[in-house]
Design a protein around this ligand. Structure first.
Ligand code: GLP
Length: 240
């Protein structure tokens, strides 16, 4: 695992955007795996700037997002579809028909999950997956558990995640208690992974990953088993 330690959030965002920009230039029809959360917002802003300046184009890009709350409509202002539209897709030249987010209203989430993984495979697999880390070490919505799922699936959210994410909702009671998420296998199949982490709140997870030991009780540590992961952290996340 490669670790890039940045001075601050701004630099972390620029380094992440630079890696994506390099891929877009080398492979304009690449398949991107995208993440939500507050961490990648700055990186999406950088990418938007580069796109508007004509340095990069998303015209031929296909994207697959990691997860979505369940049940939640894509039009809900806290849905991850809405987040992606407002933070990236509406601001760049991507064809929205080529952007995919797990269906938060799927009647049969298991079938939807299978179809989602099959669509990723049919597209040729994810070239670059962007990840954030939950304060409890979750990746996407794969929460710390004794057993984790390989494929895209419906999952319950832990109390700590509901609490952490309640800052975006009017009240904690409005936070969905379930989500549909890409599984560990779906994520690990990506050819390359970049993980962004900023702030002291992520230090404990970074420390666990850097310990070199793998446990499903901190899903972020599973990334140690992937051949091409770059961890991009700011000083606060790195030093605590
Ligand atoms: C959410 C998402 C994750 C994200 C994490 C961190 O729960 N499901 O994909 O990485 O939270 O969020 P933040 O970047 O806001 O700390």
């Amino acid at each position: 695992m490669k670790i890039v330690v940045c001075e601050n959030y701004e630099e972390m965002s620029k380094v992440g955007a630079g890696i994506i920009a390099d891929l877009l230039k080398a492979k304009p029809d690449c398949i991107l795996g995208l993440a939500t959360g507050s961490t990648p917002v700055g990186m999406y802003k950088e990418l938007t700037k580069m796109n508007k300046a004509g340095e990069i184009t998303f015209k031929n890009v296909t994207s697959f997002n990691l997860d979505e709350y369940y049940p939640l409509a894509p039009t809900h202002d806290q849905s991850y579809r809405y987040f992606m539209n407002t933070n990236l897709f509406d601001n760049v030249d991507i064809d929205k028909a080529n952007t995919n987010v797990p269906d938060g209203l799927a009647e049969d989430p298991a079938a939807m999950g299978e179809a989602y993984d099959a669509a990723i495979e049919a597209a040729g697999g994810i070239d670059l997956q962007v990840l954030g880390l939950g304060p409890n070490g979750h990746i996407a919505f794969n929460e710390p558990e004794e057993e984790l799922y390989a494929g895209t699936h419906l999952t319950g959210l832990t109390e700590s995640t509901i609490k952490a994410n309640s800052r975006f909702f009017e009240s904690i009671d409005d936070v969905p208690t379930q989500a549909v998420t890409m599984g560990i296998g779906s994520i690990m199949k990506a050819k390359k992974i970049i993980v962004l982490a900023s702030g002291k709140g992520k230090h404990a997870v970074i420390e666990k990953i850097m310990s070199g030991r793998i446990t499903t009780m901190c899903p972020g540590t599973l990334l140690l088993a992937h051949a091409d992961v770059t961890l991009i952290v700011d000083k606060d996340a790195y030093e605590g």
